[in-house]
Design a protein around this ligand. Structure first.
Ligand code: ADP
Ligand code: ZN
Ligand code: MG
Length: 489
């Protein structure tokens, strides 16, 4: 029998506000444990929460960016459960009447567009963090750090529209890119500021009803999300094939073993005894405020990608790579503008693709090797443009230019100065090239004879030898022409 997987994701994103969602404590990451706490986030009796306006604005931004409807009135609710990282014994969240509902994003998987529905985006507060001794295995003590308690979160719940692990990862990446573009979350999965729970079920292909789902937790990278989902799909198929039944439960991903392990039976909403938070008024958001927030939205990743394809005529693949971050996209656009502005030897049509090749090929390669961000890129757009123009003008050939680029990257120096200083100017002088060619031909009489009897493939051998003799500085067009002439004699 063939099976189909059904997947819905619940994403928690920490918002980049300066203070917590219901008190004035700092949200700064990495401070000494329990130094960013106060009676409100410690859950002392008699304290009252005060809602952070910026957190609301950030949540609305995300809702608008994911085409959700923003409710004019929404309610906060208490979600009750006991856990040592939750001093109040409940989490302030939203349940009935959340901030926003019914949106979507479009993702692209293997060149095909796919529409993923978003059920809701609601606000809530984060819990503290438990630290178990030195390692989970041999912990004698556990510790609690409440600096994180009360940090604002949004929870983004997807519809069960996802059908495999690849789509799940693309959806998550798209959400993270939007959050980072909006500058409302740093999107760091390892530090836990962007977290995902995956609900996974399987059903026989063609069946309408969903199967029973398991909820997967503890995946702190895109790769782990992919692996956990794949493992879980296979596990459930096996259970059914062996005549068993999938049970509704929460499972933890063990990244060392690459398996999911049952953690607890899944709690139901009624287990949480949700009730309206009596210390907070209903949240009211009018059209004017929504419009004001909307006017601050930046161009989003998908829009930018489309514009790059239209405006610059580059392939959609290039546009996707170049818009991965706002900073990289800005770098690219600055280069294109400067290159065009200063006039160039090559046609205006080719400029965007040439810049794209340099940025995707050379620049990203070096940045990746260094694990460096484009924000700290040592090659200023001006210098990359100068280098590309030296290639256009025939001052250096492409191969030399790539070497110079590495030099600029390492030293931050002006490429013109490097080319002059190292004597790398391309040899276009016909006399010098003819001399080098003749020496190569004289040194390889056997190959010359074979070439003349029709072994034309040897042409590239002569090109290679002459390039070597000129330390790679020969102008390739002039070299090709002269070499043909000399061989035809
Ligand atoms: P619960 O009440 O158990 O929390 P929800 O209906 O709130 O379940 O859905 C939680 C998440 O699980 C959503 O992202 C939803 O898309 C997804 N989901 C719901 N049913 C299934 C299913 N049968 N298989 C996979 N995912 C599902
Ligand atoms: Zn506090
Ligand atoms: Mg639910």
């Amino acid at each position: 029998m063939k099976y189909e997987a059904v997947i819905g994701l619940e994403v928690h994103a920490q918002l980049l506000t300066k203070s917590k969602v219901f008190c004035g404590c700092s949200t700064k990451f990495g401070a000494e444990a329990n130094t960013q706490v106060c009676p409100v986030c410690l859950g002392m009796p008699g304290t009252l929460p005060v809602l952070n306006k910026t957190a609301v604005e950030y949540a609305v931004k995300m809702a608008l960016a994911t085409h959700c409807k923003v409710n004019h009135k929404s309610l906060f609710a208490r979600k009750n459960y006991f856990y040592p990282d939750l001093p109040k014994g409940y989490q302030i969240s939203q349940y009935n009447e959340p901030l926003t509902q019914r949106g979507y994003i479009d993702i692209e998987v293997n060149g095909e567009k796919k529409h993923i529905g978003i059920t809701r985006v609601h606000m809530e507060e984060d819990a503290g963090k438990l630290l178990h001794g030195e390692s989970y295995e041999d912990a004698d003590y556990s510790f609690v750090d409440l600096n994180r308690a009360g940090v604002p979160l949004i929870e983004i719940v997807s519809e069960p529209d996802i059908r495999n692990s690849e789509e799940a990862v693309e959806y998550l990446k798209a959400l993270r890119d939007i959050l980072v573009y909006l500058e409302i979350c740093d999107g760091n999965m390892e530090e836990g500021s962007f977290r995902c729970d995956a609900n996974v079920s399987v059903r026989p292909a063609g069946q309408k009803e969903f199967g029973t789902k398991a909820e997967l937790k503890n995946m702190n990278s895109f790769r782990f999300v992919q692996k956990a989902i794949e493992y879980e799909i296979n596990r459930q198929i096996e259970v059914i094939e062996n005549g068993g039944k999938v049970i509704q439960e929460t499972r933890l991903f063990d990244s060392d073993k690459g398996v999911t392990i049952s953690m607890r039976s899944k709690e139901e909403a009624h287990d949480y005894r949700y009730f309206p938070e009596p210390d907070l008024l209903p949240l009211q958001i009018d059209e004017a405020w929504i419009a004001e927030i909307k006017s601050t939205l930046p161009e989003l990743p998908a829009e930018k990608r489309e514009r790059f394809v239209k405006e610059y005529g580059i392939p959609s693949y290039d546009a996707g790579v170049l818009t991965a971050t706002k900073e990289l996209a800005n770098y690219y656009e600055e280069c294109v503008q400067k290159y065009r502005g200063q006039g160039s030897g090559i046609g205006g049509q080719e400029i965007p693709k040439t810049v794209s090749n340099w940025v995707m090929g050379e620049l990203l390669r070096l940045l990746k090797e260094d694990n460096r961000d484009v924000k700290d890129c040592p090659v200023k757009p001006d210098n990359l443009v100068k280098l590309m123009k030296m290639v256009d003008a025939g001052i250096v050939n492409l191969k030399t230019a790539k070497e110079v680029f590495e030099d600029v990257y390492k030293t931050g120096k002006d490429p013109e100065a490097i080319v002059k200083g190292k004597g790398l100017v391309q040899i276009s002088d016909e006399g010098a090239l003819v001399k080098a060619i003749d020496e190569v031909l004289a040194a390889n009489p056997k190959e010359v004879a074979e070439y003349k009897t029709g072994k034309e493939k040897l042409f590239s051998f002569f090109v290679g030898q002459t390039m070597k003799a000129t330390k790679g500085q020969a102008n390739p067009q002039v070299l090709n022409r002269l070499l043909k002439e000399r061989l035809a004699r």
